[in-house]
Design a protein around this ligand. Structure first.
Ligand SMILES: *[C@@H]1O[C@H](CO)[C@@H](O)[C@H](O)[C@H]1NC(C)=O
Length: 217
């Protein structure tokens, strides 16, 4: 009996971990509206009782609102993922609006769980991503209104408003919860700090330079 339980445990472990390396699980039912108060520990959120599900569980309002870009990088992401729209739970999809002030950017970042597809609604936006080692090739392009660009899952990418006024992009993401790793914050803003001598070697600069950058995060 104990050995049966053990092998069941191993199978569950393998199932969970191989799925967590891929994109979101495919749903096995019509929907599984997120119940953030659900007690079960699952990969995502437990399902709200289907009999209590209503239209508002599949609804979000607010993407017409201009994001506040008064910040150091001149951009604002308004996300619509499972945290804002519980009906996205298990569906493997989400979206966001990105507002850019003139010359505003999204700093180099990674979505660990999603490919991103972007379209420009207003303005001109330079976009790019970098391929993995050893090439580390920059693939980049300036997009006009109506253009579409895709950023493959897990690759470092960025956006920059290169037009004269504000710019707006709408993005789709292949996860209910894409996650964000902002490279600068993760590397120089880790809590506690990554050792500065390690970063000095990694970036081939003096420790003082690392201290200076770390102090800004
Ligand atoms: C935008 O953000 C800035 C900085 O946080 C804040 O001072 C300002 O009041 C905000 N503007 C609006 C319209 O919310």
């Amino acid at each position: 009996m104990a050995s049966h339980l053990l092998s069941l445990g191993v199978i569950m472990l393998i199932t969970c971990c191989s799925l967590s390396l891929a994109s979101d699980n495919s749903p096995l039912q019509d929907f599984c509206v997120a119940d953030p108060n659900g007690a079960a520990l699952v990969n995502g959120f437990a399902c709200k009782d289907a009999k209590r599900v209503e239209a508002n569980d599949f609804f979000f309002s607010g993407l017409h609102l201009v994001g506040n870009t008064s910040n150091a990088i001149g951009s604002r992401v308004t996300p619509v993922n499972v945290a804002q729209l519980p009906g996205l739970n298990t569906l493997g999809i989400s979206m966001a609006r990105i507002d850019f002030a003139p010359w505003g950017i999204t700093t180099p970042h990674i979505h660990p769980r999603a490919t991103e597809i972007l379209t420009v609604i207003k303005g001109r936006i330079q976009v790019g991503f970098v391929t993995s080692n050893p090439e580390n090739r920059l693939i980049n392009k300036v997009l006009q209104k109506g253009d579409v660009f895709v950023f493959p899952q897990g690759l470092v990418h960025f956006q920059k408003n290169v037009g004269h006024g504000n710019a707006i992009a709408i993005v789709g993401l292949s996860s209910q919860s894409p996650g964000v790793i902002t490279v600068a914050n993760a590397v120089f803003g880790a809590k506690p700090d990554i050792p500065n001598d390690l970063l000095a070697k990694a970036f081939q600069v003096d420790v003082k330079v690392v201290d200076q950058i770390q102090s800004k995060f």
